[in-house]
Design a protein around this ligand. Structure first.
Ligand code: ADP
Ligand code: MG
Length: 228
């Protein structure tokens, strides 16, 4: 089992500041580009055109830029009471298409009733989107993802994501959570790092257990309430 920790904090800070600056500059032209592409799509009577792909790719740049900006300026976490089931349900609605395309089924088991979770639900959604995407991407030939949500030790919420994917070999483990570490041709290597940062901002932790060829179990554990 691997505890992700923020290694090389300074390196990150420098990368982050640069990334945030560049990201900021990229966002405005990008949103103009998306707007005009959508306009062209509406004008075009031809359904065989490439506008949907162009828009999809613009959205992809956008999400990379958003990840980069999170590194630069860890946003202030806004704690609120949230329903973890709703957070998971939202996450699944975002990842469902990709799962279906790859023949991946996702099963959620809630050991309920669960108490409200003191968290920044927008940020936690980002975490689960990243982790579930990773699980889906580890199973190019389909498979099953099982998500378990439960309370542990009376005061922590534990969300586990188990996949039946390629797994992570031992030599790669130290690289997990490093900025830009990816084994994918179209990966960014930012997902785990941003997720880890967000969960740490919640005073929680992410642990990963993996077995090559069998699958990966990612555990997110966060305190249910923050009594400062
Ligand atoms: P990306 O998904 O863009 O590659 P991440 O930071 O999300 O970046 O993940 C980094 C790397 O960790 C992945 O490229 C992959 O090698 C490995 N990884 C993460 N999650 C899983 C998983 N569920 N199964 C197998 N490998 C994983
Ligand atoms: Mg990823």
């Amino acid at each position: 089992s691997v505890h992700l920790e923020l290694r090389q904090k300074e390196k990150l800070a420098v990368i982050g500041q640069m990334a945030a600056g560049i990201g900021h500059e990229i966002r405005n032209p990008l949103s103009a580009l998306k707007g005009f592409t959508q306009l062209q799509q509406e004008r075009s009577p031809n359904s065989n055109d490439f506008y949907p792909i162009m828009i999809q790719e613009i959205d992809r740049i956008n999400s990379i830029v958003n990840d980069l900006m999170y590194l630069g300026k860890p946003k202030e976490i806004k704690f609120d009471k949230a329903n973890i089931e709703e957070i998971i349900a939202y996450t699944l609605s975002i990842t469902q298409q990709q799962a279906e395309r790859q023949g991946v089924t996702i099963e959620t088991k809630i050991a309920g009733p669960l108490p409200p979770l003191d968290c920044d639900s927008l940020q936690l959604k980002q975490v689960f989107i990243n982790l579930i995407k990773n699980a889906i991407e580890s199973m190019p030939n389909g498979g099953r993802i099982t998500i378990n949500v439960r309370v542990i030790e009376g005061k922590k919420m534990n969300i586990s994501i188990q996949d039946e994917g390629c797994g992570i070999d031992e030599d790669s483990v130290p690289n997990l959570g490093e900025p830009f570490y990816t084994t994918k041709t179209d990966g960014t290597g930012l997902g785990l790092m941003v997720s880890n940062q967000i969960v740490q901002d919640h005073q929680g932790e992410i642990t990963i257990k993996s077995s090559v060829g069998k699958g990966t179990l990612v555990n997110v554990t966060v305190p249910i309430s923050h009594n400062y």
